[in-house]
Write a protein that binds this ligand. Sequence first.
Ligand code: FES
Length: 169
Amino acid sequence: MSEQDVTRRNFMIRTIIGIGAFIGVAISVPLAGFGILPVLRKRDAGWSDAGTAADLLTDEPQERRFFQMVKSGWQEERMERTVWLVRKADGSVTAFSPNCPHLGCGYRWFSQDKQFKCPCHASFFDIDGKVIAGPAPRALDTLPAKIESGKVLVKFEIFQVGTAKKTAA
Ligand code: FES
């Protein structure tokens, strides 16, 4: 075998390896982009419009439904959410997650008793979310909330239930 044949064979082998590597990269980059990265990205959501502030009465909690736009990778989903809003005499607003921190049931406000009550296992909370009675291991979960241009804005989040510490789910 001549030296020229060996060089030509080396060239062919390197060319085939190079083409194989190029095809491998060309296939794996989009796959990583569409399949893996969105899963690794944390869901990211900003402030959501939870309606007008004008009809919130002082110390009279009100349940509000609104839509939150949730980004997950390149996708954006419209999720229906609920919060309990409490307006205080100083004009500030507190937003509570709608799920009882015991096992996640929905609770309601009872004006006559001035308490939030969870029907599942009878956890009761005061207007500031503190536990008055029942198995709830922590106070109602607050959410970042503010009033801007007459609107209540909320950063909605979901928390783990059944734990003494408030932890994002
Ligand atoms: S889920 Fe509310 S008390 Fe158990």
